[in-house]
Ligand binder design. Structure first.
Ligand code: SF4
Ligand code: SF4
Length: 415
């Protein structure tokens, strides 16, 4: 039957694959399974077969569903195949052509829940209660790891939505902060560090209340129309700012591609910066200080959507160095940790193998602290470190820098 939606992979994108296979060694799922159908080339071949008239069936859905969307394949591809875009299109076709209860539940989570602050608040309270009462054993198995990996939620900081923060000293302009979906409820300390460092480096910070979830998880799971709506809502809410700062690497990567998701989206996309880019630039320009050596090490995990999609690798290391830490490399290939949005729930076996491997790489560094600039990776790392009997702390690099700055020069939280 072929494709049925206007989100389908573009024929030119599929034709740009020359089947050379150079991407295979970079693909985590191919390396784990050795299967051509779990490789970028195999997945593109399956898409081309549907474009030629084969039906979108359960086998096709499996081949697409096992992809992490880590985009390591794009980095090495000599044909510049836009694999991420093609995969999002293929998943939109699966969502449209293979409806069912499972997919309905996924839509409820990645679209309805993440767009509703009230639902996130209720879910957050339930998780917080489960953490306090130590109900891990009663939690359904696919969610147990996530429960261990989430930061303790009791006593978490308040939402930053609808707050404004004046610049310290001369203003460089207005920075709009993406509050995010779970970032705002689960990662308040990262928001406090972000706001503190932005204001200290000369930005007035606004957190417009009309913004919504960035839409990355919806796009990755095939809910392309919903992803378009979310992009449009955020463009309307954030477009007046001089810069849009995002402190979750998966979200900053997706928003830098808003040109694909919304009419006039390219203008806002051009203003989006990951927080590691903004803070590293402020340190480089002397607007934020370099702090004294701590004698401590930090193992650096590169989120795929920071490393492979945004090609941002030097900035987290520069921030850690300015905070006085010695950054330790854990993986020269930057292989995915297996978090990948809701992948750990949908593909627990592959996700767990990748999570365990990453925990072992961290163990080998002997570092007691790990930096990660993406919430999903942070949860996956903490969960697998705990499972491996390790007690390393996992934190965002700007949080580690902010804490050191606060030790030297205390400021009210968030300023
Ligand atoms: S490296 Fe690029 S062109 Fe070569 S097989 Fe992989 S996707 Fe196709
Ligand atoms: S996105 Fe990642 S998992 Fe998917 S085909 Fe590319 S390298 Fe493999």
């Amino acid at each position: 039957m072929g494709w049925v939606t206007d989100h389908a992979p573009h024929p030119d994108d599929l034709a740009s694959c020359v089947q050379c296979g150079l991407c295979l060694p970079s693909c985590p799922t191919f390396r784990l399974t050795g299967l051509e159908t779990a490789s970028p080339r195999g997945r593109l071949t399956a898409m081309a077969a549907v474009a030629a008239g084969r039906p979108v069936d359960n086998r096709f859905a499996e081949i697409m569903g096992s992809c992490l969307q880590c985009r390591a394949c794009e980095v090495v591809c000599p044909g510049f195949v836009p694999f991420g875009k093609a995969m999002e299109g293929a998943r939109a076709e699966v969502a449209a052509q293979l409806p069912g209860l499972g997919r309905r539940i996924r839509w409820l989570v990645t679209v309805r829940m993440l767009r509703s602050r009230a639902v996130i608040r209720v879910a957050t309270s339930l998780i917080s209660l489960a953490q306090v009462l130590r109900l891990k054993k009663l939690t359904p198995r696919p969610f147990r790891g996530a429960l261990t990996g989430v930061r303790p939620l009791a006593g978490r900081p308040d939402s930053v939505l609808a707050t404004n923060w004046p610049a310290v000293g001369e203003s460089r302009g207005v920075a709009a902060l993406l509050a995010g979906c779970v970032m705002d409820q689960w990662f308040g300390d990262v928001h406090a560090a972000t706001i503190g460092l932005l204001t200290r480096s000369g930005y007035e910070v606004i957190v417009p209340p009309a913004q919504t979830c960035c839409g990355a998880l919806a796009a990755h799971d095939g809910w392309a129309d919903a992803a378009r709506e979310m992009a449009a809502a955020n463009i309307a809410a954030l477009e007046d700012a001089d810069v849009v700062v995002v402190n979750a690497a998966g979200c900053s990567a997706h928003m830098k591609e808003y040109g694909h998701w919304a009419k006039d989206g390219a203008r806002l996309a051009g203003k989006v910066m990951d927080v590691t880019e903004v803070v590293a630039a402020a340190i480089e320009e002397g607007r934020l200080p370099r702090l004294g050596e701590t004698g401590q090490t930090v193992a650096v995990q590169d989120p795929c959507h920071l490393r492979h999609v945004q090609r941002v690798t030097g900035q987290p290391r520069a921030i850690l160095a300015a905070a006085g830490f010695t950054a330790l490399e854990i993986d020269p290939d930057g292989r995915c940790c297996g978090a990948a949005g809701i992948y750990s729930v949908l593909e627990p076996e592959l996700s767990s193998q990748l999570g365990k491997a990453k925990a072992e790489q961290i163990r080998a560094t002997r570092s007691k602290t790990v930096s990660s600039a993406n919430p999903g990776c942070e949860i996956q790392l903490r969960s697998h470190l705990a499972e491996s009997g390790m007690t390393a702390r996992v934190a965002h690099p700007v949080e580690l820098y902010w804490e050191r700055l606060q030790e030297r020069d205390p400021q009210p939280a968030g300023r």
